[in-house]
Design a protein around this ligand. Structure first.
Ligand SMILES: Nc1ncnc2c1ncn2[C@@H]1O[C@H](COP(=O)(O)OP(=O)(O)OP(=O)(O)O)[C@@H](O)[C@H]1O
Ligand SMILES: [Mg+2]
Length: 248
């Protein structure tokens, strides 16, 4: 069955997009058929993979039921890009019945073509993120090992619990990714412990280290494996992909 994974955290800059790009590219290299969906109006995922022009495909599909035709990036890796007008959907669809399920509806003809679909969520818990949650089978939460990063956790867990109760009863948080990690810092080690005591075995063993190549790659339109195969970033995301492949 296709796994549909929303990568989410309403806190900004925690590594959602970096993880979507590099988990997607890493699994594609392992022969899995991957679709990445950029549902963030900032369009960082699209830009990170070299899509320079704004593409209203997802907006048109969510607004007017137009057909989605993913763009091929590499072997096994396709993307549905984003555009700034997605941010208008919240108000434009405020009177639409079933507006929480639109992404699920337009995605259904595509689902069976892929092994994994990853949705890169915006840093908010509004309608776009809720649409990702209703179509998702699982949720990954990237977290920085900072004190403030864990402060907002109860909020996101609360929203996910509500979606689970009312809109998508099978939804589970299945993975927590600790990002931009520096094991030499006591604070990072302490916060990582706290994250593990909160989420238990859902926390991936692989920590994504702070690595400049991960920050540089997007400006070249490449994932980390093409940009710098020997970087820590490539090593960490490759290890994370192996853990994901072993999940049920
Ligand atoms: N492990 C890392 N090491 C160094 N830099 C990183 C790492 N992960 C992400 N970055 C950089 O940190 C910034 C934020 O990362 P990213 O865009 O992935 O976060 P995000 O959660 O998607 O942000 P937003 O909430 O704005 O969508 C980017 O400039 C990215 O290149
Ligand atoms: Mg992002």
């Amino acid at each position: 069955m296709t796994k549909i994974i929303a990568i989410t955290n309403h806190k900004g800059g925690v590594g959602k997009t970096t993880s979507a790009v590099n988990i997607g590219a890493g699994l594609a290299r392992n022969g899995k058929k991957i679709l990445l969906i950029d549902i963030d109006p900032q369009a960082n995922l699209s830009q990170s993979l070299g899509i320079k022009k704004s593409d209203a495909m997802l907006y048109e599909a969510m607004r007017n039921n137009a057909v989605l035709s993913p763009i091929s990036i590499l072997e096994n890796l396709e993307i549905i890009p984003s555009s700034a007008d997605l941010s208008n959907l919240e108000s434009e669809l405020s009177a639409e019945a079933g507006r929480e399920y639109i992404l699920d509806e337009i995605l259904s003809p595509l689902k069976s073509h892929f092994d994994y679909i990853f949705i890169d969520c915006p840093p908010s818990l509004g309608l776009l993120t809720i649409n990702a949650f209703t179509t998702a089978t699982e949720i990954f939460i990237p977290l920085q090992a900072h004190y403030l990063a864990i402060k907002g956790l109860t909020k996101i867990v609360e929203v996910i619990e509500k979606v689970k109760k009312r809109l998508n009863k099978n939804l589970v948080i299945s993975g927590v990714i600790i990002t931009q990690y520096d094991k030499r810092k006591v604070l990072h080690r302490d916060v990582a412990e706290k994250i593990i005591s909160y989420f238990g075995e859902k926390v991936f063993n692989t920590r994504i280290r702070d690595n400049i190549a991960l920050a540089e790659a997007p400006s070249t339109g490449q994932d980390i494996f093409r940009y710098s195969q020997k970087s820590y970033g490539a090593e960490d995301y490759a290890n994370l992909c192996q853990e994901i492949l072993k999940m049920k």
